[in-house]
Design a protein around this ligand. Structure first.
Ligand SMILES: *Cc1c(COP(=O)(O)O)cnc(C)c1O
Length: 382
């Protein structure tokens, strides 16, 4: 019997093998110092990551979700306030708004880029609106210029959810340096992942940076002098040490992802699958490579039989999640997000993916793709 080539969805072990020694040394150095909380590596990583983002300040926290929540709190956004974001995102974007006590207001996704539909923004703004959170989904930047223009017109903050887009560029600028503040996650499978949870806030706003530093550390600026009721939401020194090692490779890893995406684009062009579109303003870092088909389950089943792992990001848009029924949205409110939730399939994507693996995925797709109907015209949304 032929042994089936196994293609994982991501392969964190393959990456670890390339940096094992450096990570080991970095962690051992923290263990010897016993400076586990807000140690030197946190400070150094914050400086290095801010420089990487071409931004002034970075403040390490425990998760990407905390990063979003603490930014909102630093801007005093809470009960009675509304924050606009997009219906097709990971639930954490919206949970962070809830944790801050504010009310999430959702808009649909753009049918081409899958990021927030800028043409729907003004219709969602009310006198209670305080901020917009565009999500750079799958590694592709949202269209920031028109978002910032609308925000300025209405006096709103723009908070980038950059949890899937470390290193991506919008019109040549790094994401995370474009809005008022940005939140990054270092969940292990993100483009820059820790070996546990982690997150960071990036901002050019000195006041927000100071407030977030207090909020993540019990509301104190000096020890035992608590100016506000803060939290314990710090980035671990051990994780910062790992992230410092990995940050040196991030551009190379993102380049590899872009190359793999280019290879998929080329080899899948002749199939009826709808492939990702890189907007002309964007340099995506392909956190995920997401295609669409009306026959998703059949495709996934076949790929699974061929030893190829796939994912769905995400199967249920936020407004249809049981957790968010209280927002009062119904099926039909966000047709693009709803339709795409039934069509999207994420193919294996990680820097260490090989041409051999990509060929195997493409050949398997071609075995069955002809049975699939091409995407009906987008005019159905009109
Ligand atoms: C991962 C992610 C988050 C949350 O990050 P955590 O570190 O898991 O809390 C938020 N938003 C998006 C879009 C994400 O992908």
């Amino acid at each position: 019997m032929n042994k089936v080539l196994q293609v994982p969805f991501v392969d964190l072990a393959a990456q670890y093998a390339t940096i094992e020694e450096q990570v080991g040394e970095a962690m051992a150095s923290v263990l010897r110092s016993t400076n586990f909380i807000l140690g030197q590596d946190v400070d150094l990583f914050e400086k290095e990551f801010a420089a990487f983002c071409e931004a002034e300040h970075a403040i390490g926290v425990d998760t990407g979700t905390s990063a979003l929540e603490l930014i909102l709190r630093a801007y005093d956004i809470g009960p009675g306030d509304e924050v606009i974001t997009v219906a097709n995102t990971f639930i954490a974007t919206v949970l962070a708004i809830s944790y801050a006590g504010a009310t999430p207001v959702l808009v649909d996704a753009d049918p081409q880029t899958y990021t927030i539909d800028v043409s729907k923004l003004e219709g969602a703004i009310t006198p209670r609106t305080k901020a917009i959170i565009p999500v750079h989904l799958y590694g592709q930047p949202a269209d920031m210029d028109p978002i910032i223009e609308i925000a300025q017109k209405h006096g709103l903050k723009v908070i980038e959810d950059t949890c899937q887009a470390h290193g991506a560029r919008y019109k040549g600028r790094r994401v995370g340096s474009i809005g008022h503040a940005a939140a990054f996650s270092f969940y292990p499978a993100k483009n820059l992942g820790a070996y546990g949870d982690g997150g960071i806030i990036v901002t050019g706003d000195e006041q927000v940076a100071q407030r977030v530093r207090m909020l993540r550390n019990y509301g104190q600026r000096e020890k035992y002098n608590h100016l506000v009721r803060g939290f314990n939401r710090r980035l671990d020194t051990l994780q910062a040490a790992v992230l410092r090692v990995k940050l040196r490779y991030l551009d190379d890893w993102n380049d590899a992802r872009r190359q793999h995406a280019g290879q998929y684009d080329q080899l899948l062009a002749s199939t009826p699958l709808v492939l990702p579109l890189e907007a002309d303003y964007a340099e995506s870092v392909y956190h995920l490579y997401v295609v669409r088909t009306d026959n998703r389950e059949a495709l996934r089943d076949y790929l699974h039989e061929q030893g190829i792992a796939t994912g769905i990001h995400y199967p249920i848009p936020v407004h249809l999640q049981p957790a968010y029924q209280e927002l009062g949205y119904r099926k039909g409110d966000f047709p693009v997000s709803e339709r795409y939730a039934e069509q999207v399939v994420s193919l294996p994507m990680y820097p260490e993916l090989t041409p051999e693996f990509i060929d195997h995925v493409v050949e398997a797709i071609k075995q069955v793709a002809d049975q699939y109907n091409p995407e009906p015209e987008l005019a159905v949304y009109a």
